[in-house]
Design a binder for this molecule. Structure first.
Ligand code: C2E
Ligand code: MG
Ligand code: MG
Ligand code: MG
Length: 278
């Protein structure tokens, strides 16, 4: 009985493993084709400057239209990393985002800041500098309008090489941000060595504001720390007016989140950039 049961379980297990690997293989070949055909879309999420109450910049967030769904990056960026498809995909994002920012300026009269997420493998890959340089050249965007977002975990396993890469990027004139700040495992002492411009405080700290007392303390401290280090600070994931009020009272200069604007296609950006947030 036990043996029969075990055998049945094994068959069941191996069938579902086969299904998983078949689904993965299908996803991989679809992804490969999508990269070749550049069949992706960039959504943009604006960032609000709380001093001026205007949107000043936007973050590119990739989407993969597949059938009638929009696949989110969490579902395919890891696969793109494993298969190295992130290299051509990342180059496409850089180029498209810079071109879109310049296109937006034709509607609004000024080039917005454009924030672009890098992934771990893309950051470590030697062609990155050339990919950034050619996106800058092709779009003719002023380099200082471009901010590349990296995470702490991306830089920590080889700090010295990472600093060289960061410096090479800064030498192109672009800005650097640490995304999801506070959730990685980097030490504060690196903040003075990393040539970054901006800290993006992870939305995990914002979620329970203004009531989460630890989160409130951390948020306040990071705002003060950033100011002292002459870094810009952006609070991510702002969803409620209370969170916004808390951040405004503590002089957090920049905010991003569903309360201000959800990520959306380029077409909806002109109206957002031409209006004031009320
Ligand atoms: P991220 O860079 O930290 O981006 C913020 C994520 O939080 C986005 O999810 C955004 O839609 C979401 N978000 C923004 N405001 C709020 C809010 O108020 N509440 C909540 N609950 N969520 C909010 P998304 O677009 O699914 O992207 C997820 C992650 O995928 C990004 O995290 C980024 O790490 C990565 N990613 C996105 N686009 C790219 C890309 O072009 N290249 C690479 N390498 N990674 C990307
Ligand atoms: Mg980001
Ligand atoms: Mg983030
Ligand atoms: Mg994130």
């Amino acid at each position: 009985q036990a043996k029969a049961y075990g055998g049945g379980e094994f068959r069941f297990f191996s069938k579902s493993m086969n299904e998983d690997s078949a689904a993965r293989a299908r996803m991989e070949s679809d992804l490969r084709r999508a990269v070749a055909e550049e069949a992706f879309t960039l959504y943009y999420q604006p960032k609000l400057n709380l001093d001026t109450n205007r949107f000043c910049s936007m973050e590119a967030l990739i989407r993969w239209p597949r059938g009638d769904e929009m696949v989110s990056p969490a579902e395919f960026i890891p696969l793109a990393e494993e298969t190295n498809l992130i290299v051509p995909l990342g180059a496409w994002v850089l180029r498209r985002a810079c071109l879109d920012a310049v296109a937006l300026s034709e509607r609004t009269g000024r080039v917005p800041g454009i924030a672009i997420n890098l992934s771990a493998r893309q950051f470590r890959q030697p062609g990155l500098i050339d990919a950034v340089r050619s996106a800058l050249e092709e779009s003719a965007i002023p380099p200082e309008k471009v901010e590349l977002e990296i995470t702490e975990s991306m830089v920590m396993d080889d700090v010295e090489t990472a600093i060289e890469t960061m410096q090479a990027l800064r030498d192109l004139g672009v800005r650097l941000a640490i995304d999801d700040f506070g959730t990685g495992y980097s030490s504060l002492s690196y903040l003075k060595r990393f040539p970054v411009n901006t800290l993006k405080l992870d939305r995990a700290f914002i979620r329970d504001l203004p009531h989460g007392t630890e989160d409130a303390a951390i948020t306040e401290a990071v705002i003060v720390l950033a100011k002292a280090l002459k870094l810009e600070v952006v609070a991510e994931g702002v969803e409620t007016p209370d969170q916004l009020a808390f951040l405004g009272q503590r002089n957090c200069a920049y905010v991003q989140g569903f309360l201000l604007a959800r990520p959306g296609p380029l077409e909806v950006m002109p109206d957002i950039f031409l209006s004031e947030f009320v």
